[in-house]
Design a protein around this ligand. Structure first.
Ligand code: PGA
Length: 251
C-alpha cells in the first residue's frame, strides 16, 4: 500500500548540459513504470531544463532545499512557489549537509515544511544521527527531537504527503551503509513514533526512505525490509546505469 520511492539527490553536481544528458538517459531507460515513484533532484540552475526533458516520463522533479517565504526581499533564496514554477513536485528539506554546514535548525526546517505543503508540493524531510550520537546511545533521542521538531504542529491530514528519509550521517557518502537490520530497526522506531504523535493511519501510510551509500549491490536487501519504503541516493544517482538499477530493485 506504500508506493516505493527511489530518489536521486544530485547535490552540487552536474552542469546544465550534464543534467540534461543524465536526465535524458534516465527518461529513455525508465518508461512506463508505475509501481514505484522515481524522483531526481538536480541543482537549482538545472531544474527547468530537466523538467522539460522528463516531462513525458514517469520521473518526477525535486529541489534540494527551499526558503520558507513566498517572495520578496530574500536575496539568494528560492521559495517553494518558484520551485513549483520550475517544475518541481517534491522538495527535500533538512538534509544533514544543510543541518551541519548551514546550521539549519528543526524550527527552520519545520517552517519550510509548512510552506512546502501550503504550495501543494511534497516535502521529503531528512533526519539522521551522527556516528558520535549513535555511539553515545543518543540516536533515538536525536531522531525523536528531529521528528518532533520537523513535524511540529502538523495535523494528521497534513502528513498525507510528507515523506521521511532516514539518513545516518555516518553512512552518507562514506561507502558505509547501515545494515538492512540496523536500518529496519530505526524505520520501525520512526513508524512507532508517528503512531504516537499522530495516529495509526499516518504510521501505516507514511513512506520512510533510507539514505546513506545505497548502491546497486545493497538496494535489494534494504528494500526487502518491511519498513523501508524507498531510498534517497546521492553518489549512485549520478550514474545512469546505477540509478536505473536502483529503480529496478527487487524485493
Ligand atoms: P550517498 O548520499 O548515497 O552518496 O551516501 C545520500 C544522501 O546524502 O542523500
Amino acid at each position: 500500500m506504500r508506493k516505493p520511492i527511489i530518489a536521486g539527490n544530485w547535490k552540487l553536481n552536474k552542469t546544465i548540459a550534464e543534467s540534461r544528458e543524465l536526465s535524458a538517459q534516465l527518461a529513455k531507460s525508465l518508461k512506463e513504470i508505475d509501481d514505484r515513484e522515481i524522483i531526481i533532484a538536480p541543482v537549482y540552475t538545472a531544474l527547468a531544463t530537466v523538467a522539460d526533458v522528463i516531462k513525458s516520463s514517469p520521473i518526477q522533479l525535486a529541489a534540494q532545499n527551499c526558503y520558507p517565504e513566498k517572495d520578496g526581499a530574500f536575496t539568494g533564496e528560492v521559495s517553494p512557489e518558484f520551485l513549483q514554477d520550475a517544475g518541481c513536485q517534491y522538495i527535500i528539506i533538512g538534509h544533514s549537509e544543510r543541518r551541519q554546514l548551514l546550521n539549519e535548525t528543526d524550527h527552520f526546517i519545520n517552517q519550510k515544511l509548512f510552506r512546502v505543503l501550503e504550495t501543494g508540493l511534497k516535502p521529503i524531510l531528512c533526519i539522521g544521527e551522527t556516528l558520535q550520537e549513535r555511539e553515545n546511545n543518543r540516536m533515538l533521542d536525536v531522531l525523536t527531537t528531529q521528528i518532533k521538531g520537523g513535524l511540529a504542529n502538523l495535523t494528521a491530514k497534513q502528513m498525507a504527503t510528507v515523506v521521511i528519509a532516514y539518513e545516518p550521517v555516518w553512512a552518507i557518502g562514506t561507502g558505509k551503509t547501515a545494515s538492512a537490520e540496523q536500518a529496519e530497526d530505526v524505520h520501525s522506531f520512526i513508524r512507532g513514533l508517528l503512531q504516537e504523535l499522530f495516529d495509526s493511519k499516518v504510521a501505516t501510510q507514511t513512506r520512510i526512505l533510507y539514505g546513506g551509500s545505497v548502491k546497486p549491490n545493497n538496494v535489494d536487501e534494504l528494500m526487502s525490509q518491511k519498513n523501508i519504503d524507498g531510498a534517497l541516493v546521492g553518489g549512485a544517482s549520478l550514474n545512469a546505469e546505477d540509478f536505473v538499477r536502483l529503480v529496478q530493485f527487487e524485493n
